[in-house]
Design a protein around this ligand. Structure first.
Ligand code: PMP
Length: 423
């Protein structure tokens, strides 16, 4: 069966669509934190379909909500009244701090960031946008410009007016964990390469695709001050870090004590259904009143029902707290693993958004690319699916569904230990 699918993919799908493993896994079923292949073999999922299955594969409450709504009404668009989109917007806004009170629904993280770029430009009257090196914000032509990863760049016009500044990476950056020092680079850039005014600034608080890089403490508050002084708006990309995954806070930006002007959401918001959103202040949202705006599927009744159900599960099952408990345990065990295996250069992250960076030499921090690939395959053969990422592809990304248990955490670390011992 797997071979047949592979042959069809090769024949009918865009060849750029890559597969994660050399020896492929054919997934046929998902239940909470587990995936099952065609032979019935169970895998522990520590990557959640790229950090998207937030509350668990086929979580019964989400499935029920989707079925109920699908039977009643699947689609109208926003040109008619329907309760699901309004009810869900109300519930989502309740989770936001400050004046972040207006929601616009779209269908993907790229679309959400596209819209945030447009809002920032309309509101500020400026054009230049700043993002961090090592960022991932999407693959649409505009957001590809925000993304700063050579893997995800085509040689096409993209993201006009986007600049990238020094990434406040405590492990690889020149200023260690001194967030304020990195912010000086942002000031310099605005002074030297823009008219002195900018439209906006984008950042993930923990860079996802970039390898679970947690921004140096103090960076965002310093950066937000600089951006606002230059007339720009601050955009938090919460596509991966939102909905309690960091454990300590519901939103990633809260870990840095800031409140953004625009927040973009996708992935975990819908537990796998195509759903995404831009949340902003009434003042910023009002700039779009000059024209009509429309999105065929944005806030579709079924996706809204799924989003609402996700919020209910997070609350009822206390998932944020759970992420904190399991994440702390995982961090402790991963640090112990680092003591044992020289190949682990850095362990980082928060809650269930963790990264393990592999290096061939701890002093030079040379990325252990080949070893990462080999371990990645062995870990899968031992029954665990982890993610990989980072600019050099040498970081294991551990971002499971938020129902991942302490026992799952132990199993994952034991499997990594075993695989590293065999290296
Ligand atoms: N922002 C972040 C932080 C992401 O991780 C991603 C997807 N990996 C996106 C935006 C883009 O989302 P999508 O693939 O839904 O367009």
């Amino acid at each position: 069966l797997a071979d047949e699918i592979l042959a069809k993919r090769k024949k009918f799908l865009n060849p750029a669509l890559f597969l994660y493993y050399k020896k492929h896994v054919n997934i046929v079923e998902g239940k909470m934190q587990y995936l099952f292949d065609e032979t019935g073999r169970r895998y522990l999922d520590a990557f959640a379909g790229i950090v998207t299955v937030s509350v668990g594969h086929c979580h019964p409450h989400v499935v029920d909500a989707v079925i109920r709504q699908s039977k009643l009404l699947q689609h109208t668009t926003t040109i008619y009244l329907h309760h699901a989109i309004a009810d869900y917007a109300e519930a989502l806004v309740k989770k936001m701090p400050g004046d972040l009170k207006v929601v616009y629904f779209v269908n993907s993280g790229s679309e959400a960031n596209d819209m945030a770029m447009m809002m920032a430009r309309l509101y500020s009257g400026s054009f230049d946008i700043v993002a961090l090196r090592n960022a991932y914000h999407g693959m649409s032509p505009a957001t590809m410009g925000l993304t700063a990863h050579n893997t995800w760049k085509y040689n096409v016009p993209q993201g006009f007016g986007v600049h990238h500044v020094l990434n406040p990476d405590p492990y690889r950056g020149p200023f260690g964990a001194d967030g304020k020092k990195y912010a000086a680079d942002l000031s310099n850039l605005i002074e030297s390469s823009t008219p002195g005014r900018i439209a906006g600034f984008f950042a993930e608080t923990i860079q996802g695709v970039g390898g679970a890089v947690e921004l140096a403490p103090g960076y965002l508050s310093a950066a937000y001050d600089i951006v606002r002084k230059a007339g720009g708006v601050c955009v938090a990309d919460e596509v991966q870090t939102g909905f309690g995954r960091t454990g300590s806070h519901f939103w990633g930006f809260e870990t840095q004590g800031v409140i953004p002007d625009i927040v973009t959401l996708a992935k975990g918001i819908g537990n796998g259904l195509p759903m995404a959103a831009v949340v902003t202040t009434p003042e910023i949202a009002s700039v779009m009143n000059q024209r009509l705006h429309f999105n065929t599927y944005g806030g579709n009744p079924v996706c809204s029902a799924a989003g609402h159900a996700v919020l209910e599960v997070l609350e009822k099952e206390q998932r944020q707290h759970h992420c904190a408990v399991v994440g702390d345990h995982l961090l402790k065990r991963l640090h112990a693993l680092q003591e044992k295996h020289d190949i682990i250069g850095h362990v980082r992250g928060r809650g269930l958004m963790l990264g393990v960076e592999l290096v061939s030499d701890r002093m030079t921090k040379t990325p252990a690319k080949a070893e990462t690939l080999q371990l990645f395959e062995t870990i899968k053969d031992l029954g665990v699916l982890v993610g990989k990422g980072g600019l050099h592809g040498n970081v294991f990304r551990i971002k499971p569904p938020m129902c991942f248990t302490l026992e799952d955490a132990d199993f994952l670390v034991d499997v990594m230990d075993h695989a590293m011992s065999k290296l």
